[in-house]
Ligand binder design. Structure first.
Ligand code: UTP
Length: 288
């Protein structure tokens, strides 16, 4: 069985919910404290053993390439000022992983965006994440999913279990047979079902984290447009689950959306409470 070593992160969306901030700046570069959202995702992949990452970008997203590239002038400057520790984690990242970029010329949906990485990935199993969700966990979530893949030799999705049925209607739901130990064999995926139709196991897609086998490519290539005229990864994953073994794993970790104002603020507060520099002041700020 092949080792999972490549990852795809899609960052080609328009980010309209953050306009005008995202007119000239990628939504995935918005900071959570002093680190852009997408760096949290890259760190999760690298800590999971991924050594090659391809970003599916668009013309507005050059800042992501610059962020992950080395900058000798800045490094010398910071070295002289004794401030190199500010970007040391980023320098260390760039030594552990190689970055590649491809473009999605039109934002035709996350399934279409993933398909843009097909030639780069080839026949290998790979991990996928969207570019705007952070999962805070002891063991990186992607590492947890790769462990399942290594055992099951099948595609895997990370899921969360929630009890509130009303809340479940706002997410992609996952249906399947429980195999115990937080593992399920998926039968169906449904995007935002009605309250009478939510997953009986309470499984939702919180933070898109997948391990895919090469079987996803043929399906994506023939995937018809769905809701809003876009090609959805969840539709393709649903077809894949009907054809091949597809596992869901209830990961350990807290999922944070960063795709809208309130969610990004909530994410920042969570990490601020853990930040040694500002955690004491943040409580005062919150009662302000
Ligand atoms: P969203 O569904 O949040 O869409 O994308 P968006 O365009 O970024 O934001 P809004 O809804 O206009 O505010 C989730 C992730 O999938 C990527 C986005 O860049 C983001 O990281 N994506 C989405 C693509 O790469 N291509 C697409 O066609 C759609």
């Amino acid at each position: 069985m092949q080792k999972v070593r490549k990852g795809v992160i899609t960052v080609a969306g328009l980010g309209t919910r953050f306009l005008p901030a995202t007119k000239a700046m990628p939504k995935e570069m918005l900071p959570v404290l002093d680190k852009p959202v997408v760096q949290y995702i890259v760190e999760e992949m690298v800590a999971s053993g991924i050594t090659e990452i391809i970003f599916v970008t668009s013309s507005q997203k050059r800042a992501i390439e610059d962020h992950f590239d080395r900058d000798p002038d800045l490094e010398h400057f910071l070295e002289d000022k004794g401030k190199i520790s500010k970007i040391k984690p980023l320098i260390d990242l760039s030594k552990k992983v190689r970055f590649f970029y491809t473009r999605q010329s039109e934002p035709l949906g996350n399934g279409h965006a993933l398909l843009c990485a097909k030639e780069f990935i080839g026949d290998e199993p790979f991990v996928f994440s969207d570019g705007d969700s952070i999962i805070d966990s002891k063991v990186p979530v992607i590492k947890q999913l790769i462990k399942v893949f290594d055992k099951e030799n099948a595609s895997v999705i990370g899921v969360q279990k929630i009890a509130n049925k009303e809340a479940m209607t706002k997410y992609g739901n996952v249906y399947g047979k429980s195999l115990g130990k937080k593992l399920y064999k998926v039968t169906d995926f449904k995007e935002k079902p009605t309250i009478n139709d939510v997953s009986p196991d309470g499984l939702i897609v919180g933070g898109m984290r997948y391990v895919f086998t090469k079987d996803i490519w043929n399906i994506l290539e023939s995937q018809k447009t769905g809701r809003d005229g876009e090609i959805w990864l969840s539709d393709a994953a649903n077809t894949l689950a009907h054809k091949k073994k597809f596992m869901a794993y209830e990961y350990e970790g807290i999922y944070f959306d960063t795709g809208n104002k309130l969610a990004l603020l909530k994410t920042a507060i969570h990490f601020a409470k853990k930040d040694t520099e500002i955690k004491d002041q943040i409580e005062e700020l919150l009662v302000y």
